[in-house]
Design a protein around this ligand. Sequence first.
Ligand SMILES: [Cu+2]
Length: 395
Amino acid sequence: MAFKKLINNKKLTLLSTFVLLGTNLLMAQSSATSDTTPTEHTPVMWGSVTYYIMLFFLACLGVAIIGKILRLYDLTQKMQGKKGMNWNNIMGICCAIFLVAGLFGAYWSLTEQGSMSLPEAASIHGVDIDNMFVVTTILTLIVFFLTQALLFGFAFAYRGSDKRKAYFLPHNNTIEKIWTIIPAIVLTILVVFGFFTWTKIENSSEVKGDLNIDITGHQFAWELRYPGKDGKLGNVSYTLVSSLNSLGIDFQDRRSMDDLRADTLVIPVYKSIRLNIHAQDVIHSVYMPHFRLQQNAVPGLPTFFKFTPTITTAEMRVKTDNPKFEYLLYCNKICGDGHYNMQKVVRVVTQAEYQDWIANQKPYLTDAVKKELKMADVKSSDLKKISSNRLALNN
Ligand SMILES: [Cu+2]
């Protein structure tokens, strides 16, 4: 009785699972059809994640059912005194199917999703980084296709058989040497290649750029400071930070007087740009993927990155066939809950366009700051006294 009850319970569970699967599938399909409007980029049904999850579970269920049917057939054959199924052959064929399907999947993913990667590098050094990326990808792809073909190909070609005996190979020095030395040489070449590329990008003999821009990260925005007519940026100090002077610009430094504030990072094409990178609270990171550029912004440790943009925003809009294309600057360190929103538009323009734009930017030294400066004068002179006393004590 109890056994019958268990079977009935099992049937009930199976039935309810099917009903649930069916309803979920229908709901997924109907929600997909009603919620999304059929546009070029969002196909009506295929975009639904639930649909794919359900499809996966259905496929698993299908495989399990086929497996059970085969097992049942195998047992019936054996009960009738006939030769059962050859599971070695079935497993071998499954490996061959997996190899072909898997390789096709990898090829499909490369051709479909590969085109979603970034457009061509928009800076001089970016081309070197892309070359390194392409070489590494080609090498790893060769290794990937070779190892997968050998792994599943051998599992199929040398599947278990009564006609042959496996060869026992406990150790072979030649094979050990080959699979140690070849990867070591390839990896060394890649590392040396990377080292020289990085040194070329970072160790610039000409430290100052044609245009020096200060970029300061804080939770959760980037502040920009452009040099004025003198082409030089004045000093900054965290001790001078106030509500009006958020960057702590030292206005006693003559070079600071004409420094300009900007919302968009506008840079002239084919000029070397030096970004002086600062952080005011936690570690942020200047990340400009289109220029293959990333450098951390560390509080108390100013860093810099020098690069030369090569493609204007207008040219990139034509190249990407996207009239709304904008280069973006992100923060690439998870620096708090507003991190996702730390982005700025970067616009690469011609020299003439840059001159027009910079002429319209407002200075940091506003009338309100000038008023506050009278107080700041006292403060900074006091600070200088304190620091000189400290020096005297230390000596
Ligand atoms: Cu950040």
